[in-house]
Design a protein around this ligand. Structure first.
Ligand SMILES: [Ca+2]
Length: 341
């Protein structure tokens, strides 16, 4: 077990207020990454200052400090993601406080898989794929870019386009998800979301005050991404129920994009990487990492962009994967589904 010593030196400057001095190995003095087996130690530089209590702003728990100069907190007592600590101390009789942000990494080292033994369906190489979803034995795709955004209904056996709806040329369409037989469509920065029928007829348009990236749904509502390491759990009416930070054992996983609920876990592709992460929805821990890099030869297909489509046929336990301007859709039945059944 390793111990991480983080020393917080609090210096008091009569005219300038509080200064925080950190060890020189951190690039960002505002936050620190801490692992499950680490212990963070906050130490005041002199007996002029007396530590009083530390409140974890995420959990609401308050600890009274026993040693007036030093406070230790184990990674085991923190939640994955941001833990903001409100440190209260006294200096020359005056109450002071300082805030410290710890990023708690996951205690799970993700299982590593790669996509193999797959088959191919055709895919429109002009499709700038933003979302892919399975619904009632059909596959649906959204494509982005201002002036080119569209929704497509695809034949799941061939990949052929059965029906296509061109969207408002001023918007940039993003992820899609079905809930109660309605197709919900996000937009990137247009602050709009749309509801379409299964037949790709527009039903409604709503305002949506955040960047739209990926979205997926289960019976309880939606999960959406915004390009950070956050997953937003939304009600059927798009009220934010909760937000989870996604973390692996290495730290926060940013650029989360296209999503899909698969067997109770959230699959997500990470923008700019040929990697899918499988996230435990209740705590944001990355449980698996799936390497897709061998699925696309970018020398052979130089126009193929990033991976950006994940759909799931729950009846046949098949995953469908594609990317922006990819020449095909991958159909994959992961072996680990059989092991877990
Ligand atoms: Ca999807």
């Amino acid at each position: 077990m390793k111990n991480l010593l983080i020393v917080l030196c609090v210096l008091i400057c009569a005219s300038c207020g509080i200064y925080l001095e950190y060890p020189p190995n951190g690039n960002n003095p505002q936050w620190r990454i801490i692992a499950y087996d680490d212990t963070a130690v906050y130490r005041l530089p002199s007996k002029m200052h007396i530590l009083d209590s530390v409140k974890n702003l995420q959990s609401g728990k308050v600890q009274i400090v026993q040693d007036s100069l030093e406070f230790k907190i184990s990674g085991r007592r923190l939640s994955p993601g941001i833990n903001e600590l409100d440190l209260v101390f006294y200096s020359e009789g005056k109450k002071r406080r300082s805030y410290e942000r710890l990023y708690m990494v996951s205690d799970v080292e993700p299982l590593q898989y790669k996509v193999d033994n797959y088959s191919l369906l055709k895919h429109d190489e002009n499709a700038f794929t933003q979302g892919l979803v399975w619904h009632n034995d059909l596959m649906y795709e959204s494509t982005g870019l201002v002036g080119h955004s569209s929704l497509r209904m695809l034949n799941p056996k061939t990949g052929d386009i059965i029906k296509k709806a061109q969207l408002n040329p001023e918007i940039f369409a993003e992820g899609i998800a079905f809930l109660n037989d309605s197709l919900h469509v996000l937009t990137w920065k247009d602050e709009l979301r749309y509801v379409f029928s299964e037949d790709l007829e527009q039903i409604k348009r709503y305002s949506f005050k955040q960047e739209g990236w990926g979205i997926t749904a289960d019976n309880d509502g939606f999960v959406a991404s915004d390009g950070t390491n956050k997953l937003y759990y939304l009600s059927e009416t798009f009220e934010v129920d909760s937000i989870k930070e996604v973390f692996s054992h290495r730290g926060p996983v940013a650029y989360i994009n296209e999503l899909e609920y698969i067997n109770g876990q959230v699959w997500a592709n990470v923008l700019g990487s040929d990697k899918i992460i499988v996230v435990e929805p209740k705590d944001g821990k990355v449980m698996m990492e799936i390497d897709v890099s061998e699925c696309i030869d970018r020398h052979q297909y130089p126009d193929a962009g990033v991976l950006n489509g994940i759909a799931f046929d729950a009846d046949k336990n098949k995953v469908y994967l594609t990317g922006k301007n990819w020449p095909y859709i991958i159909v994959w039945r992961p072996m680990f589904f059989d092991k877990s059944n």
